[in-house]
Design a protein around this ligand. Structure first.
Ligand code: NAD
Ligand code: TYD
Length: 381
């Protein structure tokens, strides 16, 4: 039997960000066993990991993080010494319609995983030594920032906190690691609560935890309920693009592989009990991003650039729609040497190209066929 140097449990590995993290770890660390634990909700898609599913250091387990006994069983079965916890309900609009599911998975599920890790690790002779519980969270827990203008300077202006000289900011405030939590949506409230539980397990039991809060991710394999993949697909099929409110809300966008690289760096080199903010210093108003996406899709499909602008349809605003997110990732950049690798224009071009080249993936997701993948590949294994 092969023995592995480490046994790392990654939860939510069949989702968007999780699949990039699993792929990175499986390929980069053949000496680690990577156990991907996922319930395969509507957001989980094993086709996201086709390219690595037969690697000898990869295991998939279909399970619900809320199933405490199952979590305990898996800790022992796989001798888990590291956890990277991404499993969550992740879409704000769904949380507005069904907050209970968010409390269940994001709060109770995280607690169940924490408790299972605690009981298992405390029962080992070396206890917490060499262990790590890394919780992936969001910048949305900090609430919303205003669109403020530093005196004497008209927006857009350049921030000094960034390593990128061309970054435009829409206000002088940013989210820092010590910014007070002030979540507004059921999604962000549930993530904030899970973050508190993770920190409480460090403070109360001495569990070696880390929390990171990241801004909006974009890139391949994102479920087409989120802005960028939804709009790419709609433009392709010339369907209306529902822009909430006036399209003036601002988000900071990071290419998903840059997030996965940050997770790798922090998992290995981050300090226990610390929080790190992860972001691109890359703020965009929704309407501006939408125009870039339309132009890029049109160009790559051989249409006249901008000819699909009339698909933009302003619709009723999201309830409690946060105005602006902007994250300061200076601590991560200075202490651990991470920085985003892609300029946004490059990242968007890559992303649009990926969705257009992978229409089959998109069709499987939109038709629901992707949910049959588990049955054909894993059931009965
Ligand atoms: P996603 O919705 O694409 O994937 C979530 C995954 O978790 C899916 O594979 C799903 O099947 C799985 N899952 C859901 N409930 C589960 C349960 N009870 N048990 C086991 N697995 C379950 O989400 P994502 O966008 O990849 O986000 C991953 C994590 O990163 C989340 O914790 C999210 O809060 C956080 N995050 C996301 C973003 C973003 O822009 N997408 C930004 C910052 C932080
Ligand atoms: P989303 O991708 O849902 O991420 P989040 O809510 O976590 O930031 O949305 C990004 C932004 O785009 C957000 O301000 C809401 C807006 N949006 C629309 O205008 N129309 C849409 O159809 C969607 C899904 C989002």
């Amino acid at each position: 039997m092969t023995t592995f140097k480490r046994n790392i449990l990654i939860t939510g590995g069949a989702g968007f960000i999780g699949s990039h993290v699993v792929r990175l770890f499986v390929n980069k660390y053949p000496e680690y066993r990577i156990i991907n634990l996922d319930k395969l909700t509507y957001a989980g898609n094993l086709a996201n990991l086709k390219d690595i599913e037969n690697q000898p250091n990869y295991v998939f387990v279909k399970a619900d993080i809320c199933d405490y006994e199952k979590m305990q069983e898996l800790m022992e079965l796989y001798h888990v010494d590291g956890i990277i916890h991404l499993a969550a309900e992740s879409h704000v609009d769904r949380s507005i319609k069904d907050p209970f599911t968010f409390a269940r998975t994001n709060v109770m599920g995280t607690l169940s995983l924490l408790q299972a890790a605690k009981v298992y690790w405390e029962g080992l002779p070396e206890k917490y030594e060499g262990k790590r519980f890394y919780h992936i969270s969001t910048d949305e827990v900090y609430g919303a920032l205003e669109m403020t203008h530093p005196e004497g300077i008209e927006p857009p202006f350049t921030t000094t906190a960034s390593s990128s000289e061309h970054h435009l900011a829409y206000g002088k405030d940013f989210f820092y690691e010590d910014t007070k939590y002030n979540p507004h949506s059921p999604y962000s409230a549930s993530k904030a609560s899970s973050d508190h539980f993770v920190r409480a397990f460090h403070d109360t039991y001495g569990m070696p935890t880390i929390v990171t809060n990241c801004s909006n991710n974009y890139g391949p394999y994102q479920f087409p309920e989120k802005l960028i993949p939804l709009f790419i697909n709609n433009i392709r099929h010339r369907k209306p693009l529902p822009v909430y409110g006036k399209g003036e809300n601002v988000r900071d966008w990071l290419y998903v592989e840059d997030h996965a690289r940050a997770i790798d760096v922090i998992f290995h080199n981050g300090k226990t009990a610390e929080t790190y903010n992860i972001g691109g210093f890359n703020e965009w108003k929704n309407i501006d991003i939408i125009k870039v996406v339309i132009n890029t899709v049109d160009r790559l499909l051989g249409r006249k650039e901008g000819e699909d602008m009339d698909l933009i349809t302003y619709v009723t605003d999201r309830l409690g729609h946060d105005m602006r997110y902007a994250i300061d990732s200076t601590k991560l950049q200075k202490e651990l040497g991470w920085e985003p690798s892609l300029q946004f224009e490059e990242g968007i071009e890559k992303t649009v190209r990926w969705y257009l080249d992978n229409q089959e993936w998109m069709d499987n997701v939109t038709s629901g066929d992707y949910q049959k993948y588990y049955d054909s590949m894993y059931k009965g294994r």
